[in-house]
Write a protein that binds this ligand. Sequence first.
Ligand code: 4AD
Ligand code: MG
Length: 476
Amino acid sequence: MFKSIKSILKEGTIGQEITLKGWVRTFRSNRFIAINDGSTIENIQAVVNFENFNEIFLKRITTGAAIEVTGSIVESQGKGQAVEILVKEMQILGDSDPEIYPIQPKKHSLEFLREHAHLRIRTNTFGAVMRVRSTLAYAIHKYFQDNGFFYVNTPIITGSDAEGAGEMFRVTTLDAKNPPLTQEGNIDYKKDFFGKETNLTVSGQLEGETFAMALGKIYTFGPTFRAENSNTSRHLAEFWMIEPEVAFLDLVGNMDLAEDFIKYVLKYTLETCREDIEFLEKRLQEEEKTKPQNERSEFSLIEKLEFVIHNNFKRVSYTEAIDILKNSKPNRNKKFSYLIDEWGADLQSEHERYLVEKHFKSPVILYDYPAKIKAFYMRLNEDGKTVRAMDILFPGIGEIVGGSQREERYDVLVEKIKAMGIDQKELWWYLDLRKFGTAVHSGFGLGFERLVLFTTGMTNIRDVIPYPRTPQNAEF
Ligand code: 4AD
Ligand code: MG
């Protein structure tokens, strides 16, 4: 078996003969080939004695070509690497025409690379981002599995709108040009594939709750879909969400869980992907240099990660936050696009970022929001106007987690569903949980791409998911 470059660099011994396969990054002086196989950010240098190969063959060693190299590991004469491969045999597995290969050994803009998302993974930046993404996913499973949570796969196609926000993609097999109609002239969904209206899920929470009320501690980790027309660097129409749900857990326990969980996955990933994150830290420093001084971050990427890992998140009630915002400079000077004048206002990302980046300079957990601006399933407080909701806000990201203690009282929940104009019939099974063995329970949703964004220091969410789906864009 051929060896990965990662294992050669880690375990290879001088004098050992090995075979490796990878893609050419650069070929200098007809002698030095930098090869990368994706296993690590590091290239391995293969040294060619060009007298042993004919010229036509050497011309085919171009950026992007796939090659196989056999040779012995030797101590490197040059700087930048401890070992290199002295090539004995070499084979071109797949040519890459340098005239048309889009990914050249130079700096490409992130916008250009987005248009070549099928090839951008071969760059240092995207290789690092995608390895970090994979490790984060593993750390998430590991945290929950090590702590007695069961992994649940909730349906992707659903009949309910879990968030009640009406931002769903419809799933149908009806003929768009000529749909069957009812006598009243409406589309007859009885004739549709499922015999009813269905859509792609916006959240696995409601089904997740049914599992928590049987298995105790569960989590989901799957794709979710939102047809919100937000063309921002924080929103995707298709994103992955992690949703733990725990029976007999209240809001404070839920905050403790979320904080412990986030710290664990960041710590695990920082330790496991140190080289990739160091590379991304340098990339970010370069990017920061292009910004005016006052917009540059005081901290490096690793300092930011360390800060989150080692400090308590600030826990602040919505009411306290509104007071802070009301009296804040940008509010008094009318610098916010949405001015905060009274209790009950929904917080915009400018407010969230002010709290996190300017006021507290720390991750913040906001809790006890006004019932009016939150989803129907959240536990009503004794004051009758706030709910046991919590959002976790991160520097540079804004909201990374949204969660709550769930309304466990049947009558209160039914009232809420009616008041919000939600179809109670669709939720009969959800209401059953409140009829049979109801109990306090809580959970939250973490947006996976927002976590990857934070961990990698990238600035656009389109650059941390393999193939982003956003308004007017579903290429690849
Ligand atoms: O706050 P949200 O809407 O909460 C829920 O869906 C709950 N059902 C979660 C739960 O309690 N089980 O979404 C949760 C998180 C947000 O905090 C954000 O990180 C992410 O999902 N998110 C998005 N990420 C990328 N693109 C979008 N359009 C997102 N919408 C939400
Ligand atoms: Mg939310």
